[in-house]
Design a protein around this ligand. Structure first.
Ligand code: GLU
Length: 397
């Protein structure tokens, strides 16, 4: 079957493929410790679920406005004002079917053949394919582990060409858990203004932040930067709502209008029931977020310390999201029987096959030296998984 070139040039999402493989093993009764899944292990808070149930009971089950119901847009506008001191009007917002869909739509309405989009590596797995699917070219910028894998202004400047249209920034970051400081954002902002770039700010991990850090993005750096920034966001990570699929963007009216037009010809509105649940999530108290973050924090601190105690493993202090990105490259080149562990893919396969531990190879994020471990699993599982990893590494020679 001849499929269109656009789809043959991208691969399936490696995070979702690994998650499916791990869950299939678990369903077969195999005891796998799952550091792979990038989703909170908490249930959606009750008051949010009740709003969804109410929506069904009230027959709120028909088409809604394509870009989101007014009530949800207002809750999003209020969120940006309350949490981020950013003013948007409802026509600067578009609600989509999850954060990934929001990013996909933005790429479709903003980028085209000939455009380059800067993506700092390590990057979330879906950024390059989403840019490619829009006909544009992702320009991967390598960053340094000694700078916690954060892109510097010089690295950005060196990557920009007359064709560069935008850059993507994700802080706190998936997969590294690193967070940009205000000073680091300001340094990047100088290049953004100098070279007239757009910034896609993926703020999905905004509320999962540790060490007393407070969140800020490019749009917070003044009106000129706000004008050049489009925020991509969603409810999945903050409210443990991965399956509900509610994402949203905030930015220029023209962009929000274009996203809405695209949706009118593709998905139509995001799920009506999930939108009502979204209103409850955004307008409700953030107590459940605090409880979830406290648990994540305890796991984070344990994990970073324990990983650094394993011989040949190095892990910098992640300050946000629920991932750590330890460097395992000291073990590359070692053997297990005939198998040579020649990089992160082989290491991840080996750990799954021999240790029954699921991790995502760093290669999927553009950094082969590392593995991504999500700590959206219990502390007991984290301890069990780390023992297994240590034991498996000791079997390599
Ligand atoms: N964002 C999560 C992850 O990185 C969910 C899976 C995905 O959509 O990539 O694991």
């Amino acid at each position: 079957m001849d499929l269109a070139a656009r789809i043959t040039q991208v691969k399936p999402s490696p995070t979702l493929s690994l998650d499916a493989k791990t869950k299939a093993l678990q369903a077969d009764g195999v005891d796998v410790v799952n550091f792979g899944a990038g989703e909170p292990d908490f249930s959606t808070p009750d008051y949010i679920k009740q709003a969804g149930i109410r929506a069904i009971e009230d027959n709120f089950t028909r088409y809604t406005p394509v870009g989101g119901i007014p009530e949800l847009k207002k809750a999003i506008v209020d969120k940006f004002k309350r949490d981020n001191e950013l003013d948007y009007s409802p026509d600067q917002i578009a609600v989509s079917c999850g954060g990934k869909h929001t990013l996909y739509n933005l790429a479709q309405v903003l980028f085209q053949a000939g455009d380059q989009v800067v993506v700092p590596a390590p990057y979330w797995v879906s950024y390059p394919p989403i840019i490619t699917l829009a006909g544009a070219e992702p320009v991967i910028v390598a960053t340094s582990e000694t700078n916690d894998f954060k892109m510097t202004a010089d690295e950005l400047r060196a990557a920009v060409t007359p064709r560069t249209r935008a850059m993507i920034l994700n802080s706190p970051s998936n997969p590294t858990g690193a967070t940009y400081t205000r000073a680091e954002l300001e340094a990047l902002a100088e290049v953004v203004l100098e070279r007239n770039l757009l910034v896609i700010s993926d703020d999905i991990y905004e509320k999962i932040l540790f060490d007393g850090l407070s969140f800020r993005n490019m749009a917070n750096l003044g009106p000129e930067l706000k004008e050049r920034t489009v925020i991509a966001h969603g409810l999945a990570k903050t409210y443990a709502m991965t399956g509900w699929r509610i994402g949203f963007m905030a930015g220029g009216k023209e962009i929000a209008g274009a996203v809405t037009k695209l949706q009118s010809q593709s998905t139509s509105n995001p799920c009506s029931i999930a939108q009502k649940a979204g209103v409850a999530a955004l307008n409700g108290p953030d107590d459940s977020v605090a409880v979830m973050c406290a648990a994540f924090d305890e796991r984070r601190l344990f994990l970073i310390e324990a990983l650094n105690r394993i011989e040949g493993v190095k892990c910098f202090r992640a300050t946000g999201a629920f991932y750590v990105f330890p460097n395992f490259s000291a073990h590359f080149g070692k053997r297990f029987g005939d198998l040579v562990i020649d990089g992160s893919d082989r290491m991840a396969d080996y750990l799954l096959e021999e240790a029954r531990v699921s991790v995502v190879p760093g290669q999927a994020f553009g950094e082969d030296a590392c593995l991504r471990l999500s700590y959206a699993i219990s502390l007991d599982d984290i301890k069990k998984g780390l023992d297994r990893i240590e034991e498996a590494l000791s079997r390599l020679s």
